[in-house]
Structures are given as C-alpha cells and as structure tokens.
Design a protein around this ligand. Structure first.
Ligand code: UDP
Length: 235
C-alpha cells in the first residue's frame, strides 16, 4: 500500500445514492465493503462525513433562518450520517469509533486526538462527525483539519466524478481531466476541489488531496495502493 494512514472525506450527498434526500442503505453497505478492503490490508482509516443530504446551514439561511442555528443543524446532520456509516461498517465486520466535535456523550465519543490515534493504531476506523464544531465552516475544512491533526498521509475526496477537470465534465463533454495538478494551478485556474479555506489549509500543511470516483467498485483500494485513477493535488 502506498499510504498507511488516510483521511477519507465523503459528502453527505454521496450517501443518498439514487435518492433525492437522506440515506440509501445499499450505498452505505457498498461504501462499508470498500472501506473494509483497506482495513483488511492494515491501512489506518479515518473518515469525515458531510451532512448535505440532510441539511446545510446556507440553505436554511437563504430561507430566512438564522445562519448559526442552521449550521448547528448541519453539524448534527453529519452526526446522523456518522451513526449510519458506523452501523454499516460494523455490519461489515469493521471495528469503528465515532468521535464528534460537538459533545453528544450518550451517542459518541468526543473528539480527542490522542484517543483517535490510539483507535487507528488498533485498526479501528475512526469516523469524525460534527464537522469542526464551528458554524461558518464546512466538512471539507473539518477533513483537512483532522487529517493534519492525525498526521494522515493523504486526504482522499471520494466523489461521483473521477477527478478534477478543466471544466465541469457533467456539462461540458470536451472537458479534460488532470492526472496531477499543483495547489497553485488549481487556484490560478479557479478549479473547484474544496472550499478555499479547506484548500489553503491543505496547501499550507503540504498535505496532498486525491479526488477520485468513490462509486466505482474497487477504486478506493486502487487509490490507496498508489494507482493513479483520480487527480492528485500536490505542491
Ligand atoms: N457545518 C458547520 N461547521 C462545520 C462543518 C459543517 O457549520 O465545521 C454545517 C454547515 O451548515 C454545512 C453542514 O454542516 O452546510 C453540512 O456540512 P457540508 O455542507 O460540509 O456537507 P457535505 O457538502 O460534505 O455533504
């Protein structure tokens, strides 16, 4: 394996599968199997999960809701997704811990870095819920933050697209995919990988990001074993 410790970022929307809202149990089970392939090989796996399939603070604010209140709802949505993913992973025989940035002690452990590291070393998948615990941030920022804190080798952003293109491949058929690109070129060309806060945090800490298609069977393992099937953003 090329990477020993990874931080996998999954968006909430990825969990919807073909649905318009919420969680698709089949999709969850598929993801759990993909992740199990890694833990079976001794890779240490941490996951940050989004909440966009349930609630986004910005959407609430655009309907007149207080933004901070909405962001709190969004963060709780990520905890719901974290619980669902935990359940699917345990059903697949993977040992897990859910740690949240907002304390919900009856439901999950609070985020404690040293504990997270200890779980990882014991082969448990650690799911980080609740984002950063702060409004006005995103789970992309949480992913980069946690990845730096746990000294992950790489951030893997699992999406439904197979990498970064020079235009939106779902709209423009002539779009060209990058195999590798620098942080500077992503900024210069105005390409969307993660939100700017997350992206600069990753760049400043020299942490590579690989964007890949998480919905194709076997892809996650391929990426971790070093196959260049997505786009790697590096210095
Ligand atoms: N959120 C937040 N602080 C964080 C992470 C998330 O307030 O550190 C809220 C925010 O409202 C966001 C929602 O949680 O819209 C869901 O997270 P995100 O949009 O990042 O999920 P994804 O797009 O990955 O599904």
């Amino acid at each position: 394996m090329k990477y020993n410790r990874i931080l996998l970022k999954l968006s909430g929307e990825a969990l919807m599968g073909k649905r318009q809202y919420g969680i698709d149990p089949e999709r969850l089970a598929e993801y759990a199997e993909e992740i199990k392939l890694l833990t079976d090989k001794g890779v240490e796996v941490a996951i940050v999960i989004g909440g966009g399939n349930i609630f986004r603070g910005v959407a609430g604010a655009s309907n007149g809701m207080d933004r901070v209140q909405g962001d709190h709802m969004g963060m709780l949505a990520t905890v719901i997704n974290g619980l669902a993913l935990q359940s699917a992973l345990e059903d697949a025989g993977v040992k897990t811990r859910l740690q949240t940035a907002i304390k919900i002690n009856e439901v999950a452990e609070p985020f404690i870095r040293r504990k997270a590291l200890s779980h990882l070393r014991k082969g448990r998948v650690v799911i980080f819920g609740g984002g950063t615990g702060n409004p006005y941030f995103t789970t992309d920022s949480a992913a980069v933050l946690r990845a730096i804190e746990i000294e992950a080798d790489v951030i893997l952003k699992g999406t439904r697209v197979d990498g970064i293109y020079n235009a939106d491949p779902e709209k423009d058929k002539s779009a060209i995919k990058f195999d590798q690109i620098t942080f500077d070129d992503v900024i210069r060309q105005g390409l969307k990988v993660m939100d700017t806060t997350a992206f600069t945090l990753s760049q400043e800490n020299k942490l590579p990001i690989i964007v890949f298609d998480m919905n194709k069977k076997g892809n996650l393992l391929k990426v971790v074993s070093g196959e260049n099937i997505g786009t790697e953003v590096n210095l």
